[in-house]
Design a binder for this molecule. Structure first.
Ligand code: F6R
Length: 607
């Protein structure tokens, strides 16, 4: 998704500006650009493609200056073309603007500006902003700051906007409404970014802007004011605990593999979350009329895993809700409890669902990874999952940490609801605490087997991914990973659902990947084996993830990954780690760009 950065300094900013947008590449983008203010005015350089390629092609190194803004664009309004890349300029070329979000009334604004004599170069909604500011100065006699603020007033939609002007060197103007924007506070140098990664290698001190705020940032100071009335706002500094090394590959060929391997640590981090924070969520759940766990994409699957654990461990009904459908499908009301689950804390669909929940008077909480994110500040209470930066566009370590958090909540809810005793809680926590080692042992000892399975199966691209019980969301999430990074068609579904229609697809061309529970889960183990038999009886081909010696030898499977035996309480998460690794190896076997798959963005902040 689009990224914004900016640097204002006593020294040349050109190199830092380029580095800052390189640090935003992980968000996913199709074009990029910079605007630098120097003695010659405002110089804009931009094009489609990756930062390094555009920098070379457009000779970023030929331009220097003390103030600059930059952008990575993920197309929403207008095709992927050079004119549509940001920054966008006003008619005279003095004002340059970068924008994240969507301006709903851009056509109306554009019409007015055209009538006033402005001409447009791009098809984007964002370009209007540069012209409105220019119009404010030239036709209405406003100074630059007033023209900037008056432009923000005119916008209907969501935005994080930054602007520089050749007439006012040494200053970046920026403002936000429902799209994140952060100031990085350095020494003799300040920064802006749509997330911390834009400037984390330069400073760890950050000031998070809230909705309806704008800032004027120079190299020595920054001031934050309300867009509404210009009142000054005193903001505190947040110190970011992540560092650049944490966000780098650390010897792995891809971030995805590094992040899969980090899961032993990131699950351990979840085990360090203070118990009162977990208990508070569990207790609010039991007080609620209805409990909704809200996420989208992978976080919806984290929510589904939570639903199964809450049902089985605590006897608590918590509905997993795909946040993009929340408004239409779920009548959330006062007395309900809504827990949003999100890596970025900025996902449009989940924020929309959360705002709807708040508006209807529900109590809200969030399990979030990014400190200072919109969701973390919107909700009544928040659990920071402490997973650290996830750079690969597709989610792995964040998901298992969210699941582990929800498992901890389920255990506490089980005690509070008296479904389990304190002795049982101790036993379950002991199993959960054994998960980090089980994950690292698995990755150390079984990666080769996963790789071989992936090599054997990579050429087949039509799949059903099936699981029963909590192995159903495990199948769904693995299917999503395979779709995202390998571009295979992989349809996830409950293994029991198959015979109610989809079984008609079974032939020699479609393959099934089945996630089989441990033998100790007698009922769902048996039912899953039945599904495999039904597929085989119709001439289908089945590969399976399982931990059963008898199944391994049964001759029923066409291919398999036998996992080490673990306690059934944690086995689903271990199997998901295996599924993530499998999708990684399928994708690398096929030569895919696993860290930045086509069409995907890290943080989906648009509708
Ligand atoms: C898949 C993936 C996405 C995100 C979804 C929600 O690998 O990463 O499906 O899980 O876009 O994003 P967050 O967690 O930032 O709310």
């Amino acid at each position: 998704m689009c990224g914004i950065s900016g640097v204002v300094s006593a020294e040349d900013v050109s190199l830092k500006l380029k580095d800052s947008i390189r640090n935003l590449e992980y968000r996913g983008y199709d074009s990029c650009g910079i605007a630098i203010v120097n003695g010659a005015g405002t110089v804009v350089k931009k094009n489609i493609g990756y930062v390094n390629d555009v920098a070379e092609k457009e000779a970023f190194s030929d331009v220097s200056g003390l103030t600059g803004i930059a952008h990575t664009r993920w197309a929403t309004h207008g095709r992927v073309t050079k004119p549509n890349a940001h920054p966008h300029s006003c008619c005279e070329g003095k004002i340059a603007v970068v924008h994240n979000g969507i301006i709903n009334n851009h056509l109306k604004l554009k019409k007015e500006l055209l009538q006033a004599g402005h001409s447009f170069i791009s098809e984007t909604d964002s370009e209007v902003v540069a012209h409105i500011i220019e119009d404010g100065i030239k036709r209405h006699g406003l100074d630059l700051e007033d023209a900037f603020v008056s432009a923000l007033h005119k916008l209907d939609g969501t935005f994080a906007i930054a602007m520089v002007s050749g007439d006012t060197p040494g200053k970046i103007f920026c403002g936000r409404h429902e799209s994140p924007l952060i100031i990085g506070v350095g020494e003799n140098e300040n920064y802006i970014g749509s997330d911390f990664n834009a400037f984390i290698e330069f400073t760890k001190n950050a000031v998070v802007l809230d909705d309806g705020e704008y800032a004027v940032v120079s190299n020595e100071s920054y001031s934050v004011k309300k867009i509404k009335d210009g009142d000054y706002i005193s903001k505190s500094i947040t110190v970011i605990e992540w560092d650049k090394e944490m966000a780098q590959k650390g010897g792995f060929p891809h971030y995805m593999l590094k992040e899969i391997h980090e899961q032993s640590d990131t699950i351990s981090n979840v085990l360090e979350i203070p118990e009162p924070e977990i208990k508070a969520i569990a207790s609010a759940m039991l007080d609620a009329d209805n409990i909704y766990l809200m996420g989208v994409g992978t976080t919806y699957y984290s929510a589904l895993v939570g639903q199964y654990y809450l049902a089985s461990t605590a006897g608590v009904m918590a509905y997993a809700v795909s946040s993009d459908e929340a408004l239409e499908a779920v009548p959330i009301k006062k007395g309900d409890y809504v827990i949003a689950i999100s890596q970025s804390g900025e996902t449009y669909d989940t924020l929309r669902g959360l705002r709807y929940a708040k508006k209807n008077g529900a109590k809200t909480a969030a399990i979030v990874n990014v400190v200072g994110s919109s969701m973390s500040r919107l909700v009544d209470s928040v659990i920071m999952q402490g997973t650290g930066p996830e750079i690969c566009v597709v989610s792995t370590k964040v998901a298992t940490a969210q699941m582990a958090t929800l498992i901890r909540v389920a255990i506490e809810a089980g005690v509070l609801s008296k479904k389990i005793t304190l002795a049982k809680k101790k036993e379950l926590l002991k199993h959960l605490k054994s998960l980090p080692k089980a994950v690292s042992d698995f990755l150390n000892e079984h990666s080769g087997f996963v790789h071989s399975l992936a090599n054997r199966q990579a050429d087949y691209d039509r799949w059903l991914y099936l699981g029963r019980g909590v192995y159903y969301p495990v199948a769904l999430e693995t299917a999503l990973k395979v779709k995202e990074v390998a571009y295979h068609h992989a349809e996830g579904m409950p293994a029991g659902f198959l015979k109610h229609g989809t079984i008609a697809l079974i032939d020699e061309k479609i393959r099934s990947m089945v996630f089989v529970p441990p033998v100790a889960e007698k009922e769902i183990y048996k039912l899953t084996i039945s599904a495999i038999e039904e597929i085989k009886a119709r001439g289908g081909t089945v590969a399976a993830f399982h931990s059963s010696d008898s199944l391994a030898k049964s001759g029923l499977l066409d291919d398999q990954l036998q996992l080490p035996k673990t306690n059934p309480f944690i086995a689903p998460i271990l199997m998901l780690v295996a599924g993530q690794l499998y999708s990684y190896f399928v994708a690398t076997t096929l030569g895919r760009n696993v860290d930045k798959p086509r069409a995907l963005a890290k943080s989906v902040t648009v509708a």
